[in-house]
Ligand binder design. Structure first.
Ligand SMILES: C[S@@+](CC[C@H](N)C(=O)[O-])C[C@H]1O[C@@H](n2cnc3c(N)ncnc32)[C@H](O)[C@@H]1O
Length: 288
């Protein structure tokens, strides 16, 4: 059990944490981040204090964090933040935790030839990662970020404010409804989304860390997993200007069905990009 051995210094605390978390894939990183959190230090402070006596309240806070982590509590929720596109995003329970593979979608979207000052919609923005990444890279663009979850929208607004990104507006509502209810029509240059794409039957096979701490509505689309993606493909033409793009993330094994549907609906210039694990992950297509 943690802290059974005598903790005299910060170095001892670090070693104990490593012992506890050694079954995670990157125990060094876990220990470092949890110690930073418990002590309100950065890495430089930790190294400066390694041989200092360890205050008992710090040891208690660190022990609590390590125990929660061991029980499967997501690291991002313990820390309260997660990095995406080299920016720190605040994270709260009840809102989807951003995944690194979504950066593939941002990369693809930034390679598309849409105007620098274009109008972009991020559907299902979660904590605002995609909208903020695009806003950072295209400061002249105007981005509208939407989500069905008010909690997500509040968090995304907080993130945009904290990252000093002023070119994003936030609407709450389902899919395209909140665009039409604000009088918006065929004027978008890019519609981008990381939608729910897990099939209902796959939910029980996801890790407990996901099922216990992330909202099912953010992940599960319906019986096939393709329901939201198909709604995006069907709905986007009513909101894209001629020549505008739809770009979205999708799951393992979904590419063929998506390609067939896109072609049937008349989309052109279809391209997709693999993530770092060489899995096809993000797709873009042009309308009109
Ligand atoms: C997979 S998460 C992606 C979040 C964020 N874009 C990201 O990449 O980290 C899907 C998001 O879609 C939202 N969502 C689910 N159903 C929706 C709907 N009908 N309309 C709009 N957003 C929806 C969820 O609340 C969730 O935030």
């Amino acid at each position: 059990m943690i802290l059974r051995t005598l903790i005299k210094t910060i170095r001892d605390l670090w070693k104990q944490g490593y012992e506890e978390l050694k079954f995670f894939s990157r125990p060094d990183l876990e220990v470092r981040l949890l110690l930073e959190k418990a002590a309100c230090w950065d890495l430089k402070d930790i190294f400066l204090h390694l041989n200092d006596p360890c205050p008992s309240d710090l040891a208690r806070r660190f022990k609590r964090l390590c125990l929660q982590r061991k029980k499967g509590y997501p690291l991002a929720l313990l820390l309260g933040w997660k990095e995406f596109w080299s920016m720190p995003f605040r994270i709260k329970k009840g809102v989807f935790i951003p995944r690194p593979e979504t950066e593939t979608l941002v990369e693809l979207a930034l390679q598309l030839p849409w105007p620098e000052n274009g109008l972009v919609a991020d559907i299902g923005t979660g904590c605002g990662t995609i909208a903020c990444a695009i806003a950072k890279e295209r400061p002249k663009a105007k981005i509208i970020a939407t989500d069905i979850s008010r909690r997500a929208i509040r968090l995304a607004q907080e993130n945009a404010r904290h990252l000093h990104l002023k070119n994003i507006a936030f609407f709450s509502g389902s899919l395209f409804n909140c665009l039409s209810s604000h009088g918006l029509g065929k004027e978008f240059d890019l519609i981008i989304s990381n939608p729910p794409y897990v099939a209902e039957s796959e939910w029980s096979s996801l890790s407990l860390a996901v099922r216990n701490y992330e909202p099912k509505r953010a992940l599960v689309a319906g019986p096939t997993g393709l329901e939201y993606i198909f709604k995006l493909i069907e709905g986007a033409p009513f909101f894209l200007r001629p020549g505008g793009f739809l770009a979205f993330e999708f799951g393992f094994g979904q590419l063929e069905a998506i390609l067939t549907f896109l072609k049937k609906q008349g989309w052109r210039e279809i391209q997709w990009k693999e993530d770092l694990a060489a899995v096809p992950r993000a797709l873009a297509a042009r309308w009109g």
